[in-house]
Design a protein around this ligand. Structure first.
Ligand code: AMP
Length: 484
């Protein structure tokens, strides 16, 4: 059976976190800690591959980092001064171990392990060509397309082969690879997904977010530049920019929801951006109310910003149970509804008789908002005003954030009045796209040259969608049926 997205069953998407380390005796333990800090980026599976100068060592498994890397013997078996690791998001109802990264392959030049955060938009086409030329795929992950392109390249060195391979792929990717000579980090030419460089003593580190440096006491050095390939080895650090100049289009949704608030990405504190969005939202759509309540956890910084700007008190009127996975993990609608109730509960004393402003980061299908509004009303709130710290999500993401097909997005089905009715709140308002840009330090969105990828809100897709436009799925054909 194909591994598919649970919402639209025709699209596999990977939301992930990547980590790499070169030059430390405890590389596997540090990688496990780094992945632990990146756990919010992926809870479906985790894996680490290390290299000890002679051999590669790998451990991969389904589940959380703590499920797979708490055992001292496992960490001790991952010998070596260099290593890479990966956490993968639960976007699939059916999970296959063969898709767990890092992927590993033996090439003419030696072994290579690779992991990827993002989504290729022409992988169906590339995969077909490769299969026609004799490539035999082991997984359904689009990362394996990159592995085969490296394998079939006629170039000499691993870096040249990597460049050769990446010239053929389209999409969003932050890659971390492990070779017999070091580690390699790559960001796609537009820099849609994040990747940063850190240092711990003499060791170099690559990670999706700076929170992975903080957990191990490493220093943040800089973001990897869009289109940059950085090789780290005995030679030190080497930077290549083989893809020419492009305007950067970092994913705005990383700031809104996906990245951890204590991370600094692309020079901006995620927490501060979210607070500023809340303040903008208060200015743009103020309303008389008694209390500002976040939908935890993702709505908290924006609600704080809203409260400070509006002068209305901030209260934790909803309490989140941290031992339930994110709603998006649940594979069926029925369970997803149940998941929302399991996850949040009303703090009645701060809701009863109050006019409540509820702040959340986004509305996707509307499931969460509907349940939360119902819960807040049942707790006795006299009015419920929903404020959302992103513009309406009207378009699907094809660059690595799991979103359902367009027709399942609430904002593509209804206008504001329709959404308000669907959710059952008294009023509903979203931050404007210009307000969002202002919160990120821009005067407004320049439609001729937007600074971010905001395709989910504007439909302005900066990277061609070859597979999608051709009506092709970007998952790959497989004869294997593997479920865990
Ligand atoms: P929904 O219930 O479908 O409207 O989803 C909205 C909720 O899911 C919000 O509370 C968001 O915090 C959260 N959310 C938004 N985008 C994602 C995503 N790509 N993955 C997981 N959760 C998300």
């Amino acid at each position: 059976m194909l591994t598919t997205d649970p919402y639209d069953d025709d699209h596999l998407r990977d939301e992930c976190g990547v980590f790499g380390i070169y030059g430390h005796a405890d590389s596997s333990a540090l990688a496990a800690l780094g992945l632990h800090a990146l756990q919010h980026r992926g809870q479906e599976a985790a894996g680490i591959v290390t290299y000890d100068g002679e051999q590669f060592h790998a451990h991969r498994g389904l589940g959380l980092v703590s499920d797979n890397f708490s055992n001292k013997d496992i960490i001790a078996s991952l010998v070596g001064h260099s290593g890479i690791g990966h956490v993968r998001y639960a976007t699939t109802g059916e999970v296959a171990i063969r898709n767990v990264q890092p992927l590993f392959a033996d090439f003419e030049f030696g072994g290579l392990a690779i992991c990827h955060n993002g989504n290729l938009t022409n992988s169906y086409h590339l995969r077909r060509q490769l299969v026609r030329r004799g490539s035999i795929f082991q997984s359904t992950s689009d990362t394996e397309v990159i592995v085969h392109l490296i394998a079939t390249s006629l170039k000499e060195t691993v870096e040249e082969r990597m460049v050769d391979a990446l010239r053929q792929v389209e999409g969003a990717y932050s890659l971390v690879a492990l070779t017999q000579t070091g580690i390699i980090g790559v960001r796609d030419p537009l820099g849609v997904r994040p990747l940063a460089l850190g240092k711990l003593g003499d060791a170099y580190i690559l990670a999706s977010e700076s929170c992975a440096f903080d957990i191990i006491g490493a220093d943040f050095v800089r973001d990897i530049e869009p289109g940059e390939i950085i090789t780290i080895g005995a030679h030190g650090l080497k930077s290549l920019k083989p893809f020419g100049r492009h305007r950067r289009r970092f994913c705005v949704f990383e700031h809104i929801y996906f990245a951890r608030p204590d991370s600094v990405v692309e020079g901006l504190s995620v927490y501060d951006v979210r607070k500023r969005i809340g303040a903008e939202l208060a200015r743009e759509s103020s309303i008389d109310a008694d209390v500002v309540v976040p939908v935890p956890d993702s709505g908290v910084p924006a609600a704080l910003g809203y409260s400070v700007e509006s002068g209305l008190p901030f209260e934790l009127g909803i309490i989140r149970n941290h031992y339930v996975g994110r709603t998006f993990i649940e594979p069926t609608d029925q369970i997803r509804h149940l998941g929302v109730r399991l996850k949040h509960s009303a703090n009645r004393g701060h809701l009863a008789g109050k006019r409540v402003i509820l702040v959340d980061d986004s509305i996707v299908r509307g499931t969460t908002s509907t349940k939360i509004v119902d819960m807040v009303r049942n707790a006795g709130a006299s009015e419920v005003h929903m404020r959302i710290s992103s513009p309406p999500t009207s378009y699907s993401c094809f660059y690595g954030i799991a979103t359902p097909e367009r027709d399942k997005l609430l904002a593509s089905r209804f206008d504001i009045a329709g959404m308000t009715k669907f959710i059952g709140c008294d009023t509903l308002a979203f931050i404007s796209i210009d307000g969002l840009y202002r919160a990120m330090g821009e005067p407004a969105r320049d439609p001729a040259a937007p600074k971010f990828c905001d395709a989910c809100f504007t439909g302005d897709y900066p990277i061609p969608l070859a597979d999608h436009d051709a009506g092709k799925v970007s998952t790959q054909l497989s004869l294997l049926s593997e479920t865990i």
